[in-house]
Design a protein around this ligand. Structure first.
Ligand code: ZN
Ligand code: ZN
Length: 367
């Protein structure tokens, strides 16, 4: 099962020409979960290979404007194109109050919206994975979210099963599912006789804004990827402390203590470009990356190589061509152009989940 993170916005507080405001898409199999929705997130989605899909779920970490101002616009766009599938928004207590105010902006929607207030310790059980809600250190009402898969069964040892006299067929399946089976000729075989050690599932932790926190360290223990904010570098340590943000070094110390496999720093202040932040963190925790907008982190199973950063992994060929100034300049290139919000605009309509709006990146189409 594919699991990855698409970085849609990696700037903190204010956008820059190259970095948008907070927004990270978690993709697992066919599921899509957006964590934070800063101003401009819907356009970042349109510009990416993901497209502006009918997101079923949005998770807000907290209610500072740089983390939710993209929501009213996106909700409105969905309504203009006649969306009918429900949307759930999760966030810390205060979500319903927030929406009381936002409603005046986006007006009536064409689809049901469910507001779910979640807090420290809440667990959303999704069968083969869970979403853990944990408190961070950024004022009273800020959540982080961890996506943690349940352990996978150990490898099935066919030779051991055959040696014990289990005939190939349905009994194999039952043993793999963890059930003991009766042999046709009498006797019982227990799953632990033919299964290896359970293999750990993957864990991805997103902190949202936070000062370095013990709660983060705890939940991030041995995570595959820790996405941690690093608004500042050490030179601005005092400011980071005052505003309950982290420095790159502070985030790296948490990653090191938690023994994560990869640290991804985001929410950079507009005075930093990335490399200086990466340099500072890597002195403490070498496995640090500082994704740019449209980078992807593929969270592969450990035995398949673990997490890896795919630079510009969600950038479309059209975007790559843009610096040459020849594409889309006249608006006649056939790409989506927004159409002034006309609900009949085919450019806005019905992108299937996971598909590129322009049919590119076919190899990603199945996610
Ligand atoms: Zn922020
Ligand atoms: Zn904040």
């Amino acid at each position: 099962m594919d699991l990855d993170l698409v970085f849609l916005g990696t700037s903190g507080s204010v956008p820059t020409a190259r970095r948008g405001l907070a927004g990270t898409l978690v993709r697992r199999g066919g599921e899509r979960m957006l964590v934070d929705c800063g101003e401009g997130t819907q356009r970042q989605l349109l510009r990416s290979t993901v497209g502006l899909i009918e997101l079923p779920e949005v998770f807000l970490t907290h209610y500072h404007a740089d983390h939710y101002l993209g929501l009213p616009g996106m909700l409105k766009t969905f309504a203009l194109r006649g969306r009918e599938v429900p949307l759930a928004v999760y966030g810390p207590p205060g979500l319903k109050d927030l929406f009381g105010g936002l409603q005046r902006i986006f007006g009536k929607l064409t689809y049901p919206i469910e507001l779910v207030e979640v807090r420290d310790g809440d667990v959303l059980d999704r069968g083969d994975y869970r979403i853990l809600v944990f408190r961070v250190s950024h004022g009273a009402t800020a959540n982080g979210y961890a996506f943690a898969e349940v352990p996978r069964p150990g490898r099935f040892d066919v030779e051991a099963a055959e040696a014990l006299g289990v005939p190939a067929g349905p009994l194999f399946g039952r043993l793999q599912a963890g059930e003991p089976v009766e042999l046709p000729g009498g006797g019982e075989v227990r799953p632990e006789q033919v299964l290896g050690e359970p293999r750990p599932g993957r864990k991805v932790v997103l902190t949202g804004d936070t000062a370095p926190a013990a709660t983060v360290l705890e939940v991030a223990r041995e995570a595959d990827v820790l996405v941690h904010e690093a608004t500042f570098a050490e030179e601005e340590r005092e400011r980071a402390d005052e505003t309950l943000h982290s420095t790159a070094a502070g985030a790296a110390a948490v990653a090191k203590a938690a023994e994560v496999r990869m640290l991804a720093l985001t929410h950079l202040s507009n005075r930093y470009f990335g490399p200086e932040v990466a340099r500072e963190a890597r002195e403490i925790f070498p496995e640090t990356v500082v994704p740019r907008d449209f980078d992807i982190i593929e969270v592969r199973f450990q035995e398949r190589g673990g997490p890896r950063l795919v630079k510009a992994g969600a950038r479309t060929a059209r975007e790559e061509a843009e610096p040459h100034g020849r594409h889309g300049a006249s608006g006649s290139g056939g790409g989506p152009h927004g159409g002034g919000g006309d609900p009949g605009d085919p450019a806005l309509g019905g992108d299937p989940v996971g598909a590129s709006p322009r049919g590119r990146a076919a190899s990603r189409g199945a996610r």
